[in-house]
Design a protein around this ligand. Sequence first.
Ligand code: NAP
Length: 475
Amino acid sequence: METELFIGGKWVPASSGNRFDVLDPATGDVIASVADGGEADAAAAVDAAAEAAKAWAATPPRVRGEHLRRAFELMSARADEIAKLISLENGKALVDAKGEVTYAAEFFRWFAEEAVRGEGIVSTAPSGANRILVVRQPVGVCVLVTPWNFPAAMATRKIGPALAAGCTVILKPASDTPLTALAMAGILAEAGVPAGVVNVLPSRSSGKVVSKMLADPRVRKVSFTGSTEVGRILLAQAAENVINTSMELGGNAPFLVFADADLDAALDGAMIAKMRNGGEACTAANRFYVEASVADEFSRRLAERMAGLVVGPGTDEKTQVGPLVNEDTVAKVDELVRGALEAGATAVTGGERPGGPGFYYPPTVLTGVAGNAPILKEEIFGPVAPIVTFTSEDEAVRYANDTEFGLVAYVFTQDLARGLRVSEAIEAGMVGLNRGLVSDPAAPFGGVKQSGIGREGGHEGLLEYLESKYIAVNW
Ligand code: NAP
């Protein structure tokens, strides 16, 4: 297990000598002590990334792609080992951690293939006076900031396209889950990625360290995945030097079930959309809107399935729902549920925080939730499904759009015209139509409204790390 900073191709201690603890969410015990990067280390990481930038940008795209392909192979070969590490520091069930490793490695494979697709354009100006030549060039040194909920995938979803495009990076992982990010650095180094192209800087003083890097004129982009609150701070800091930004922020996904839906499929979709990662996903179904005539049946059957899930330490093979990542997260979930119950909701299953060690919260289904309850406005980030009923398509769409977020929505109906009409009317970057999972490295992932700016994955994911240079030519 690597526990030092990774700067300029070397494992180094923090220049201050400081370290911080990483906890096991299943017990609250310390599992590792990691070097705590500070501002001097941030400056060293930018130096390393800037020094490596020119040679990496000039490396043939095919060669860049081959390094990423090798990283995909190494990651796939070590999938079990990496899944255990994710589960250990994040708490998620091993089955979810294994799913994350496959998803995360796939970003390396996808962008290994996209590395050779940074095509430009040649055209004739409408006036006929000249040619228009557009070439794509790497943005330059990028600062990548990632959350704890998908410690591998959120890192590879940024590192993959950045490296494919010819950019060099400094990754600042979440301080709850730095070990997986450091493991990714080891894999990329082993895959032959040259020193300085990828630097990883765990830190407990994330605000200071990231500000220091964004103030450096050599840094040309910040790509952030995390809360809308921190995204706003980084957008303001990026404005100082007018640097390129990609923001993957919070969500508040509505899950719509129409009376004409295949209810079995809707329940399968609900279990994935709600319970993947124990509900700790930006894509997690946060609010269930169910047409009144099928609401009782849907709620009862969802509660049965939620109550049947095995809760326990993530690293136990039998576990289906692990603990949440830390005490603050459990406390927030508990507060939202208690607020809803006090306002008249009923807990059909769950609804009470257990005693004992670890950061556990039981799978919970709430019915009769008041329309203005905070649980419908805020990201729950836990295994709780609040259910509200609706009586018309217009009302369902109005409810779905009643949020400042717009990441993803889920719609279940067997009427294809309605499905597409509602998908178009919902203000979200992504829609799962009769499907509870949208994440795919080959598709553009991202949100509208306060859920973000830009897309990750697909061909769009590569373009986020390329600038278009237009050359007006006479020949
Ligand atoms: P967070 O608190 O915003 O933290 C995300 C990252 O930002 C962490 O690395 C964190 O470091 C760092 N950070 C915190 N304050 C900072 C500051 N002032 N300046 C610079 N960096 C700072 O989010 P989180 O709790 O880790 O993750 C959950 C959130 O991520 C949810 O809102 C979720 O919806 C969102 N998310 C979005 C997507 C998406 O694709 N749209 C995907 C996954 C998660 P520390 O750990 O040291 O605080």
